[in-house]
Design a protein around this ligand. Structure first.
Ligand code: ATP
Ligand code: MG
Length: 402
């Protein structure tokens, strides 16, 4: 290895050791041992699920709250504890966790049911069987013994956006046909309007019990960060204003612990890269800008052409001063834009799907709202700084306009 490369690596190792002890503890995949400020939700969920240990079917649960409020963390934690406990008892409890936003797993009914069957130990080909048959295979393995199967459908709104609510309806009623097994469904969402657009029958069976995850306030976020700082940072490298600042910024948005953690980690990374000995407020400011900018810009660059045109249409509407933008409005401008870039326009239905995708990536916010008997539409918002918006517009125009 040439000397210069060695020097870079050595310098990195040296610097790395200066700021972080374990960077991993500051990523959102890390599951801490204790979960501060969620006792109420943990205890509620544990009490709802506890009857499973004696062979009873727990009520279905609907969990909701803004992004980063600990829904996934708490649910997985209680699930793991329950499985541990059931291993010591007589009634087996099995937890099946599905993130409905995951591509290739939860994008069609077939794939989802096949995945659930696989999780229960029954292999199903990825494609090729009639969906009915996949259901039958799943049903057979599910009812093959006396156990309680708890199916966690995380980000369940994505599932309904992709395949309607029939699927959920069937699933919440599945117990009627089971002889040995009992199923409990936990649906999780951060889309607070979601439950209102569900078919009332699905709504009532999914939300036998409801658990709200309120946003964290700045003080609570500080506690969450302090716990991670002990695990991830060297002692004394954080200036004292860093934790309060990351917490305040994240609390201002919507009490999002993920964002607070990201800010803290990226601030640390920036300090490290600049070879600074301490992480300060200044690094948090840069982190804030960097996080938003990077995420959005990178995902816009990677969009397929048609989706870019849809986004372009939205930005145009916003620049015209529209503040109540719905699917139909986007579609009208999209059609014009297609002419400009000589693309064949897709149908309004497809545009609605593309809006859902943009929402999933987090570039726009597209809440489904019910229009009563006129069906549903999406209400579209774009919460970006003007600098980011301008950058996106430049990217779109440079790649779309011929
Ligand atoms: N009370 C807490 N204590 C420690 N860490 C937490 C707490 N709440 C959330 N976190 C951390 O914040 C991040 C986001 O939490 P989580 O994924 O559970 O949020 P969520 O409510 O599921 O969000 P989304 O709706 O976006 O899926 C994770 O890294 C998690 O470990
Ligand atoms: Mg989650």
């Amino acid at each position: 290895m040439p000397d210069s490369v060695q020097t870079i690596f050595k310098e990195f190792v040296k610097k790395h050791a200066m700021i972080f002890t374990d960077r991993n503890a500051l990523t959102s995949h890390f599951a801490p041992d204790t979960i501060p400020h969620r006792d109420k939700q943990i205890n509620m969920l544990a009490s709802i699920l506890a009857p499973s240990l004696k062979g009873g079917r727990p009520s279905n649960v609907f969990e909701y709250g803004m992004t980063g409020t600990g829904k996934t963390l708490v649910t997985k934690y209680v699930g793991q504890e329950l499985e541990k406990m059931s291993n010591q008892g007589t009634t087996p409890v099995k937890i099946l966790y599905i993130n409905c936003k995951m591509k290739k797993i939860a994008d069609t009914e077939y794939r989802l049911v096949a995945e659930l069957a696989r999780m229960l130990g029954q292999d199903v080909p990825m494609t090729g069987l009639p969906t009915e048959q996949v259901y039958q295979i799943f049903f057979n393995i599910l009812d093959s013994k006396e156990w309680i199967v708890i199916i966690i459908l995380d980000e369940v709104d994505a599932l309904v956006a992709k395949m309607g609510d029939d699927f959920l309806y069937n699933f919440t009623r599945i117990n009627q046909d089971l002889k040995k097994a009992k199923v409990c469904i936990i649906g999780i969402t951060n889309d607070l309007n979601f439950i209102d657009v569900l078919d009332p029958r699905v709504k009532s069976s999914l939300s036998e019990e409801e658990i709200l995850f309120p946003p964290y306030n700045a003080t609570e976020l500080q506690d969450i960060l302090k716990q991670r700082v002990k695990l991830g940072f060297h002692k004394g490298v954080l200036s004292e204003e860093v934790i309060p600042k990351c917490s305040a910024l994240a609390a201002q948005e919507h009490g999002d612990a993920r964002r607070a953690l990201d800010l803290l980690r990226v601030a640390g990374e920036i300090a490290e890269r600049r070879n600074d000995e301490k992480v300060t407020e200044k690094h948090v400011d840069i982190a804030l800008e960097k996080i938003d900018y990077d995420r959005i810009v990178e995902s816009v660059k990677a969009l397929p052409k048609q989706t870019k045109v849809v986004l372009w249409a939205i930005i145009n509407l916003i620049e015209k001063g529209e503040d109540d933008i719905q699917t139909g409005d986007v579609f009208a401008v999209y059609e014009e834009k297609c002419k400009e870039c000589r693309l064949h326009p897709l149908t309004q239905r497809r545009i609605s799907d593309l809006l859902a995708e943009l929402d999933m990536i987090g570039i726009i916010n597209a809440k489904i709202i019910s229009l009563g008997r006129y069906g549903r539409t999406r209400q579209i918002k774009l919460d970006l700084s003007s600098k980011t918006k301008q950058k996106i517009k430049n990217i779109l125009e440079s790649t779309l306009v011929i």
